[in-house]
Ligand binder design. Structure first.
Ligand SMILES: [Zn+2]
Length: 446
């Protein structure tokens, strides 16, 4: 950090509007704006040191440096040229320095998060109780198609609910139909991913009689799990402000809280792009599947060998990612790789996102998709939903993002449901018309 200038700015002014950041962050020259809630409280009202998240800009010119930054505990949210932008606690600054990463700035994010529990402007977002209610009401509205069950409990004992759409098998009853699972909110602050899962559930149930859906629903076993990390999601909107929380709510015994659930799966666990330091945003936990949330997903998938496809929604960056994440090497089975690429590219034409192997920007091990593919052969994708950038709203993009994100991502979801009987058909299926000249960008928040 020899020449780095560390600027820690604690903005404490009441109701201060967020000023435009350095235009170089945006690059477009046009005014950029943050859609974070307004700041309404003084620093004395803010939370513990654990909550004091910093927005860090650092030099990391290549994949190895980016991976080292993850291992030092930084949650990389954007990659722009030779710089990375991400979130970490103050303690991670030292780890980054020790890893040879030059930090250019570290700005407190907390004041920008100051707001009320899902602020009035964001009231359309569903907290845990509201999301559970939606799922149960959808099931009650279509008893011949839908049922609800818990795949397990979170660390704090909340049910992790799954909505199941299958007219011939309810709850946990086995089914031989081709299965697919949609999951959301492994990371607490990624509330838009829950909205995507709920929107998909609502669409499928409410349009179940339409000819284009009826046959699909008759022949598939569909599971939608909107909140893998309900404890974290609830904490993130608890009190009077957003907490910018990523991990679950595991007390680590050192005053820090949380394991990164998307580093806790058991394939090449904690080898790369993850940290064994509990203070890190990318903390992989004490052991693979140490957390009840990931252990529940594991049991759920292991008990259902009819599930062939998995899509886990995250935010943000507008990416479509497929294994491997832990290594640069592509998956070795040529027909499967061909199918993966065809599926990712087809879906990219539908939603305008960028398709790539998960390790394109950095390697990271212990995520859902690597394990599900390696252990169970499930075709597994991570979507980093909208927006593209922190400066377009980041984790808190506002209510309009719910509808636009759903509209962009419905077709990819239906496409995957259609392919669940045999994903390898993807590489021989007819090309889907779409826009090929998508703008290049390079972000990732996985
Ligand atoms: Zn995420």
């Amino acid at each position: 950090m020899r020449s780095a200038e560390i600027v820690i700015i604690f903005l404490c002014l009441p109701a201060l509007a967020w000023a435009s950041p350095d235009p170089s962050f945006d690059g477009s020259g046009k005014p950029v704006r943050m859609k974070f809630p307004s700041m309404a409280q003084s620093s004395s009202q803010q939370g513990s040191e654990e909550d004091a998240k910093l927005w860090i800009v650092a030099k990391a010119p290549d994949k190895k440096a980016r991976t080292r930054a993850l291992e030092a505990g930084l949650a990389i949210e954007e990659v722009r040229g030779d710089r990375i932008h991400g979130i970490a606690s103050a303690v991670t600054l030292e780890s980054l320095e020790a890893a040879g990463i030059e930090v250019e700035s570290a700005t407190s994010l907390l004041p920008r998060m100051t707001t009320k529990d899902f602020p009035a402007d964001d009231a359309a977002y569903h907290n845990v109780a509201e999301a559970d209610k939606v799922i149960r009401e959808l099931a009650a509205s279509a008893p011949k198609l839908a049922s609800v069950f818990s795949i397990g409990n979170s660390l704090l004992g909340r049910d992790i609910l799954a909505l199941r759409l299958n007219p011939t098998a309810r709850g946990t009853a086995p089914s031989a139909k081709p299965g697919i699972v949609f999951m959301a909110t492994h990371h607490a602050r990624e509330h838009l991913s829950t909205e995507m899962a709920l929107g998909l559930a609502k669409h499928l149930v409410e349009n179940r009689a339409k000819p284009e859906l009826a046959k699909l629903l008759e022949t598939r076993d569909i599971f939608i799990i909107p909140l893998v990390n309900p404890d974290g999601a609830e904490y993130d909107v608890e009190g009077d402000r957003y907490h910018m929380h990523r991990k679950n709510m595991r007390p680590n015994g050192d005053k820090t809280v949380g394991v990164d659930l998307n580093r806790n799966y058991g394939y090449h666990w904690c080898e790369t792009g993850a940290s064994s330091d509990p203070r890190a945003e990318t903390y992989c936990g004490p052991a693979p599947f140490s957390e009840p949330e990931t252990a529940s997903v594991k049991s759920f998938l292991e008990a259902r060998n009819n599930i062939k496809v998995l899509l886990t929604y995250h935010t943000f960056s507008e990416l479509i990612l497929y294994p491997w994440g832990y290594t640069d090497t592509p998956i070795s089975e040529a027909p499967a790789l061909k199918a993966y690429k065809a599926m990712a590219e087809t879906m990219a034409k539908m939603n305008g996102y960028t398709p790539q192997q998960s390790s394109e920007l950095y390697t990271a091990s212990g995520d859902t998709t690597d394990w599900a593919w390696a252990a169970l052969g499930i075709y597994s994708f991570t979507f980093e939903l909208s927006p593209k950038s922190l400066w377009d709203g980041g984790f808190y993009p506002g209510v309009p993002a719910i509808a636009t994100t759903f509209a962009a991502n419905l077709r990819p979801a239906l496409y995957l449901i259609g392919l669940a009987d045999d994903p390898r058909r993807a590489s021989s299926a007819d090309a889907v018309a779409g826009e090929d000249d998508r703008p290049a960008h390079a972000n990732s928040g996985r």
